[in-house]
Design a protein around this ligand. Structure first.
Ligand code: NCD
Length: 307
């Protein structure tokens, strides 16, 4: 719908808007009580057609922290999708009951279709193996707090770069900053899709390298973004079992890493980071979880037009 601002792709937000949201989230972290009534009377609907812990609960926590209320469903089987209802009809309905919608769906493009039929803003909370812009906002707030800048960073992505939607969205976001270098570490079968390489990296002239060997590139990295092998997107279990433990980050593999490396992971973690790494001060993934709530508070206020 016209005049309704949705967030489907991270590039829907300008660099200046992201800076504004990072600044607002930082103020909220310092003084959450000052924002406790900003969304009084507003309702967030969370429509999750795929499993989630952090994304759904951080959205709900964000709206509740702003004084608003939440409704929704956390599995497709408990919605009318199970009866064959289209995304368009579901969202037409839910937009009569809510002021803003966060949607996760296994089909690429479903939240975009939803936004075209909604009376209220729709936020893409993950669409298949495509995009995940609010995880990227979380990642950006984390990077800002860990590094104090977005420019001149070498970011390594390791694991499932093919199906990992958080990877695709964060690469798009980082491609707008000066001096970004990207290092892609994956097994052959899980390489970054060529459309992301062409339309994002090559189009923006971003220097990048591809390797299967994490330790050889470790010393270059300012940020190491580890990812889970996305079991649910594989066509057969055998391939998943063969590839799932391709990379396991252990303390010894960090021996040649920078002293100020930041290790990020969108979570959930399966095997790809050993729990022994959690004690390392460079492990930022649980700090990252906390930032997810505050950046979503900033996003909800922005899309609802609340200053
Ligand atoms: C990610 C996702 O859903 O894409 N999780 C999240 O939202 N924090 C990453 C993943 O599931 O591996």
């Amino acid at each position: 719908m016209e005049n309704v601002r949705s967030l489907i792709n991270i590039l829907d937000l300008s660099v200046e808007e992201i800076d504004g949201m990072v600044a607002l989230a930082t103020k909220m972290l310092a003084d959450p009580a000052a924002y406790a009534h900003k969304c009084n009377g507003k309702i967030l609907a969370t429509l999750f057609f795929e499993p989630s812990t952090r994304t759904r609960l951080s959205f709900e926590s964000a709206m509740l922290s702003l004084g608003g209320q939440v409704l929704g469903f956390s599995e497709a089987s408990s919605s009318s999708a199970a009866k064959g209802e289209s995304v368009a009809d579901t969202v037409r309905t839910v937009s009569c009951y809510s002021d803003i919608i966060a949607m996760r769906h296994p089909k690429e493009g479903a939240p975009l279709v939803a936004s075209q039929h909604s009376l209220v803003p729709v936020i893409n909370a993950g669409d298949g193996g495509h995009n995940h812009p609010t995880q990227t906002l979380t990642d950006l707030l984390t990077i800002h707090h860990e590094k104090g800048r977005f420019d001149n960073l070498t970011v390594g992505f390791c694991g499932d770069l093919k199906f990992g939607r958080t990877v695709h969205s964060l690469i798009s976001a980082m491609s707008r900053y000066t001096g970004t270098k990207i290092v892609l570490v994956s097994p052959e079968e899980l390489k970054l899709p060529s459309y992301v390489k062409k339309e994002v990296l090559q189009k923006n002239g971003i220097p990048y390298e591809q390797t299967t060997d994490l330790e050889s590139v470790m010393p270059e990295l300012d940020i190491l973004y580890m990812t889970r092998v996305q079991r649910e997107r594989f066509f057969n279990e055998e391939d998943y079992l063969r590839l799932k433990d391709s990379y396991i980050l252990t303390p010894d593999k960090l021996h040649n890493a920078k002293a100020d490396l930041s290790i990020l992971h969108p979570l959930p973690r399966v095997n790809e980071i050993s729990v022994a790494v959690d004690q390392d001060p460079r492990a930022a993934y649980f700090r990252q979880v906390r930032y997810g709530r505050y950046i979503r508070m900033a996003l909800i206020m922005k899309l609802l037009g609340i200053a």
